[in-house]
Structures are given as C-alpha cells and as structure tokens.
Write a new protein. Structure first.
Length: 400
C-alpha cells in the first residue's frame, strides 16, 4: 500500500511516453526518412510538427474547458486512446493532407494526457519534496519514450531505408495501445485508493487565476516551448546532413532520453526549494546551452554533451510549471492553471518548427534555425527569472 502512489506515478508516466516521447518527439527521428521518401522541404517538414503543435493547442483549450466538468482521470484515458489511434493511422497514408490531419489529431488527444496526468501526479503527495519528485518522475516518462525510439528507429531506417517510415508509426501506435492499458490500470487505482480526490472535484466555484501575477512564468514558458521544439524536430536531420551515421544518431537520441529519465533526481531539490520562476529559468538556460553547443563545438563528443544537457533540462520546464501551480495556487484552480500554461506552451511549439524550417530553406542549412532556438530559450530564461512567488489565498503550500 505504501508504494501504491509511486506505482501510480510510474503508470501515469507512460502517458508522457506516449503523448510526448512518441507522438511529438519521435517525429524528429522519423523526419529524415519521410523527407527523403516524400521529397519534403524543411518548411514542409517543420509544418508537420507545427500541425501537431496546433492540435495540441486546440486540445489544451478544450481541456481548459472540460477539466472543470470532468475528472482528470477520464480525460487522461480518453487522450491516451486517441493518441494511440492517431499514431497508428499516421502509418497508413502518404498523403500530406492526411498526415497533417493525423498529426493534428495526435496533438489534440495528447494535450489532455499531459495536462490531466500532471494534475494527478501533482496531487499524489501532500509533502512538497515527495510531490516535486512525483511530478518530475511523471514528466520523466517522456525520456522512456525517447529511449525506446532511439534504440529502435535509427536501426529500422538503416535496414529498411527511407521507405520504411510507415512501419515506425504503426509500431508506435501498437506500443502506445499497450501503454494505454497499463496507464488506465494506474488511473483506476487512483479511484480505488481515494488518491487525488480533491483534484477530481469540479472547480466551478473556484476563484479566478491571477494571470497578471503569473505573467513572467507564462511568457518564459512560451519562449521555452518555441525554442526546445526546434532542437527535437531537427537535430536528427541536422546530424544526418553533417554525415552522422545511424549509430551516432541513436546514441544522441538515447542520451536525451536517459537524461530525461534521470533528471527528476538531479532537479528535485531545486523544484522543492523554489516556488518562484527560478526552476523554469534554470531549465531554459541549460536547454539553451545544449541547443547551441554542437553549432560552436564540432565532433561526436560535443553532440553527446549537447544531448546530455538538453535531456536533463528539457522536461524540467513542464515540471517546474506544474510545481509552481501546486505551490502557489489553490487546488481547485490548479487544473485550469496547468491547462492555461499548456495553451501558451502549445502556441510556442506551433511557431518554432515552421519558423526554423523557413530559416533552413532560406539559408540552405538548419544551423540558423537551431541558433535562433537557442537565443529564444535564453530569452525565456531571462524572463522567467522575474517570476515571484504568488500570494494567493488557499494556496497549496499553506496547508501542507
């Protein structure tokens, strides 16, 4: 019984493996094969991930409305089913319009997984240190997804060639279906154990969000999203452009995933200590350094260091925002706050890939897009550091 909340957190983490590790990040590994087989430009390749981000934006707005009417457990499972189906169907067409549609659908379905799962993970423990670790473990599920894709997809394309990309989407859809069953079982245990009972109550009478006071965190988070997604989308294609082999690409992707998995243990002290914008600022700064490093220092070692820095920081951004909401806001509005932050995040994600793609097409190389992404991440860090702890009546850390 003591271990049940931690097992629930691990089950919820499988949701991030699907909604982010598979539905969003895996495209970075599949993109080079699709670009070769379908003769896409950088802008077209970037648009496909922007389409996913636009769907994610729509899903976040939808979740912002539905989370006041439905328990997060139901939204989480619904999103898992929809994301798994979207990944599967992405492997059954070569039509650009249909691929765009399925990427949008995957984004729409992935948003409630990410938002509702974050709410549930944030309410598993009343103790700030355990809560911070549970939140970070939840977001670490994205690293599991990257480890799995990094260990398999480059080898698949090395053997099957560019034309084997549909198989990758189908495989991801099937694995996501299996993860959905396991996550649904974890969510069911939440109900049985009476966990996060407060988070499942509708917030129809909750006070409004202090949006103005949350401004630096909102703006900084938007810049964070705009910058990080460029690295994830294009780093594999960039490595192949500089003649990196499938082994190095697999190693870099796996190191990112491993970094995400271990990041909760590196950052849990910072997440528990600060209730202001410092954790988000630090995460954005480290992510910026990882993004620009391979542009100024060449060679495989620099790429591995870049992947390490990026991996240990990239999911701490969302974890920092979830911890910020838990520490500063009443439990009745935490779901709405996370949905609002996710909406801002989705806007940033929608801008990043296609903007970097246009830069790549204009210059003949994606280097400029990656450099711009690093600058945007640094700007996000500079803004987020100004976020102060909120003085909200009924905020969570007052009742711990």
């Amino acid at each position: 019984m003591i271990a049940r909340p931690w097992l629930i957190a691990l089950g919820l983490a499988l949701g991030v493996a699907v909604s982010n590790g598979f539905a969003r990040f895996a495209y970075g590994l599949i993109l080079p094969a699709m670009r070769d087989d379908l003769s896409w430009s950088y802008a077209e390749a970037g648009w496909i991930n922007t389409a996913n981000a636009l769907g994610y934006l729509g899903g976040a707005l939808l979740t912002l409305a539905l989370i006041k009417r439905f328990p997060p457990t139901r939204l989480f499972v619904f999103g898992m089913v929809g994301t798994s189906a979207s990944l599967l169907f992405s492997g059954l067409t070569e039509d650009f319009a249909l691929l765009t549609m399925w990427r949008i659908t995957a984004g729409v379905a992935g948003a409630p997984v990410f938002i509702a799962g974050g709410v549930l993970a944030g309410q598993l423990f009343p103790d700030p240190k355990r809560a911070a670790l549970a939140i970070a473990l939840y977001f670490g599920g994205g690293g599991l997804g990257m480890l799995l894709t990094g260990a398999t997809l480059p080898a698949l394309f090395a053997v099957g060639g560019a034309g084997s990309w549909p198989m990758s989407w189908i495989a991801l859809g099937l694995v996501s279906g299996a993860f959905t069953l396991l996550s649904a079982r974890a969510v069911k245990q939440i109900g049985r154990a009476g966990q996060v009972a407060q988070a499942q109550k509708p917030a129809t009478r909750a006070a409004g969000l202090p949006i103005r006071d949350m401004g630096p965190a909102l703006v900084g988070y938007g810049f964070f999203a705009m910058g990080y997604i460029v690295y994830v989308t294009f780093v594999a294609a960039w490595m192949r452009d500089i003649a990196a082999g499938p082994g190095l690409i697999s190693a870099v992707w796996s190191v990112i995933g491993l970094g995400i998995v271990v990041s909760p243990f590196i950052w849990r002290g910072i997440l528990a200590r600060f209730s202001n914008g410092v954790p988000l600022a630090l995460a954005a700064g480290v992510t910026a350094l990882g993004t620009v490093l391979p542009l100024v220092v060449t060679g495989p070692v620099a790429l591995i260091i870049s992947a390490t820095l990026f991996g240990v920081a990239v999911f701490i951004g969302p974890a920092a925002i979830t911890a910020f909401a838990k520490r500063n806001l009443p439990v009745t509005v935490q779901g709405s706050a996370i949905a609002l932050f996710t909406t801002v995040f989705a806007v940033g994600q929608a801008i990043g890939p296609v903007a970097a793609g246009f830069i790549g097409d204009a210059t003949g190389s994606i280097d400029g897009g990656l450099l711009a992404a690093g600058g945007v991440l640094a700007l996000g860090a500079a803004v987020a550091v100004w976020q102060k702890t909120l003085d909200c009546p009924g905020r969570s850390d007052r009742v711990l």
